[in-house]
Design a protein around this ligand. Sequence first.
Ligand code: FAD
Ligand code: NAP
Length: 307
Amino acid sequence: MSEIVLPEVELNIYSPKEPTEITVVENYVCTKESSPNFVRHVTFDVSGTELEGRVRIGQSIGILPPGEDERGRPHKLRLYSVSSPTNGEGGKSNLVSTTVKRTIEELDGKLYTGVCSNYLADLKPGDKVKATGPSGKRFLLPENPRNFNYVFFATGTGIAPFRGMIMELLESDYDGHIALVFGAAYRTDLIYPDYFMETEKENENFHYIAKISREDRRPDGSKHYVQTAIDDNKEQLHPILEQENTLIYICGLKGMEKGIYQNLAKNGFPEYLVLKGDFENIDPAEWDWDEMTRNVKPGDRTFEEVY
Ligand code: FAD
Ligand code: NAP
C-alpha cells in the first residue's frame, strides 16, 4: 500500500484577536425539500486576505459573530468545516464555502436560537464577516489522493468536508472507488442530494448511500444509521473496504464513530482500528460501549472529526 502522507497545511493565519474580514457572495438552502432542519450553503469571497488559496478541504474556518453573551463578553469563535474543494468554490481560489445548520432548540419551554449559526444563515450577499483560521491539520486527503479508495461516513452537516473532497477527487482523473454514507433523520434532511445523486449517475466509481433514521426500521427494529450500512450494504461497501489502499473518514455527531468501529470489527475489518487491552479477544458484538472509548482507537487508515 502507498504510504499515507498528509500535506503540510497553514494554521491560524488569522486568530480571534486579529481576524480578517470576508464577504458573503451567496447563501442558499442546500436541502431539497422544506424541512425544519434548515441547512444553508454559504460562500465567502476571501480576496485580498491571506486565506486565498491557503485553505485546504478538510480544514475549518472560524467565524466571530458580532455582539456579546449574557455576561457582556464578546461572543466566542465558532468553527465551520469548509465544503468547497481546495481550489475554491467553482474552481475560484478566492471563494470558500461552508455548510451551516441553524441551531434551534426548545429549552425550558423557550425557543433558543444558536448565536453564530443563525447569524450566518441570515447573512446576505455583500455582508462582511470576521473570520479566523484555517484550522485542522489531520482531517485531510493525503498528498497522493489518487492512490487510495475512500469510504466517507457523515451525519448531518458532517457532510460538509466530503462535498469538497469528492469534488476534488472526481475532478482529478481519479479512477479509485469512493463510497459516501450519509445519515439524516428524514429524507427531507438530505444535504446536497441533487449533487450527490447526479454525481453517482455520472461516475461508476462513486456510490451514494443515504441512511434515513426516522422513516422506517431495519428488520430487527433498530434504526438505519450510517454504521448499519456496513451490515446492510455489503455489496457496495465490502469490496471497497477489503482493499488495502482504502481510507475511512468519519465526520459529524460524536458517538457515531463507536457504531462504525463495532460494525467494522463485526464484519471482519479490524485493520481500520487499533484494539487495546483484551479487546482483540472479545467478540465485537459483546464490546462494552463505555470501555470502547479507551480500548478502540482509529488506526492509520481511519480519520475522524466528531464532536
Ligand atoms: P450556540 O449559541 O453556541 O448554542 C449551542 C448550544 O449550546 C445550544 O443548542 C444550547 O444547547 C447551548 N446553549 C448555548 N447558550 C445557551 C443559553 N444561553 N441557554 C441555554 N442553552 C444554551 N456546524 C455547522 O453547522 N456546519 C459545519 O460545517 C460545522 N463544522 C464544525 C467543525 C468543527 C471542527 C467544530 C468543532 C464544529 C463545527 N460546527 C459546524 C458546529 C459549530 O461550530 C457550532 O457549534 C454550531 O453552529 C452551533 O453554534 P451556535 O453559535 O449557532 O449555537
Ligand atoms: P442530526 O440531524 O442530529 O443527525 C443526523 C443523523 O445522525 C440522524 O439520522 C440521527 O439519527 C443520526 N444519529 C444520531 N446518533 C447517531 C449515532 N450514535 N450514530 C450514528 N448516527 C446517529 O445531525 P446534525 O444536527 O446535522 O448534527 C451533525 C453534527 O455534526 C453536529 O454535532 C455538528 O456540530 C457536527 N459537525 C461536525 C463537523 C466537524 O467536526 N468537522 C462538521 C460539521 C458538523 P436520530 O436522531 O434519528 O437518532
